[in-house]
Design a protein around this ligand. Sequence first.
Ligand code: HAM
Length: 422
Amino acid sequence: MQIKAPRGTYDILPDEAVKWQWMEQVLRETAERFGYREIRTPMFEHTELFHRGVGESTDIVTKEMYTFLDKSQRSLTLRPEGTASCARALIEHSLYNGTLPIKWYYIGPMFRYDRPQTGRYRQFHQFGIEAFGSRSPYLDAEVLFLLVEILKGLGLPAYELHLNSVGCSQCREEYRRKLIEHITPVKDRLCADCQVRYLQNPLRVLDCKEKSCHQAIADHPTLIDSLCDDCRDHYTLVQKALRDNGIEFVHDDNLVRGLDYYTNTAFEIHIPGIGAQSAVGGGGRYDGLVESCGGPSLPGIGFALGLERLLLALDKYKGVPPAEKQVNVFVAVMQDHLEDRAAALLYRLRQQGIAADKDYNQRSSRAQMKLADKLGAKYVILLGEDEVKGGFVTVRDMKTKEQRKVDQEGLIPFLQERLDNC
Ligand code: HAM
């Protein structure tokens, strides 16, 4: 039986990888311009971190985690997201005692056991940012400016930013009560999942994908009407900062997000036309997360973008700039017994910073030229008996097809000068 990549995973082959490299460069540059620095956390964590951080009643924790016992019977989980790991790292290294806010970004694979489809995988990649240590609404605004700046940097023209406030723990408790009261009389009209979860987590009914649930609770009370004064003021200032800076958004009463740690500002970014999985990113405040992971009371806010979904959007709307060709110079060997000289020359070119390659399959001269062309070589160095005897090489300009003799000594500067002017 042929062994294939596990369901919901895939290979990124070199032609695709160049798109990823370009995209990752835009993400890194933009985050760094906003003062965020990279953090790398392990790909697996103690399972308890996600129970405490992401929340016991979430789909991620109840259904989607890759959890296993290691040889010492410890329960470990492949990270389903990055925020809880960042909170754990911040606590573990006592960084809350240093200068705040702490601003981090990360890029890497995440793992969720979900039904694979276009834009949804079991191993997928996120770019995320997290800022810990300030409740300022202007930090919320900064995070949203950064999100929009990234989409602009990638050249994605169409997106919808949905925004809501899910309040603090007090106003949310009040809202939960109201919502349960509202849902109870119509509970039989809910989908099977919501019938089970509405008592424990009634907010999830708001963002259920089933039409029947939406219809059943159509005139539900809104979160925004239950906010306390502090939370309302905070949300007002975030919205004002966005408007003042020309960032378009829609207030969305049904936006509650699928992870339990959110407080106050919550948002999602959708790109139309990329299929059912149109949410390319989401995030919000999580002022209680650090504490629930065992640290001090320290507010935070962040978001994550799904890189596969961003690529779907790039493929649909704009494409990715063509990648640099693989090599600049190709060494073509005219006689087999000169292979050792060609190998030495190739090594010398590479040591001098010139991207170069050669054939290793005893191709004919013509086939070597074809290979040079395929690899994108701008110059081919021809190495034959005459060249070796005369202490020179023949350099062929692949564009003009011109050939000229260049002595061995002067070869590197000759190539460097021409490549610099390409
Ligand atoms: P999330 O909404 O679960 O949030 O995921 C963020 C993004 O990751 C989604 O919008 C989507 O683009 C992508 N994504 C999620 N699951 C999959 C999947 N199975 N396949 C492909 N892409 C997927 C979080 O993960 C939060 N940690 C975001 C955050 C950071 N909140 C505050 N800080």
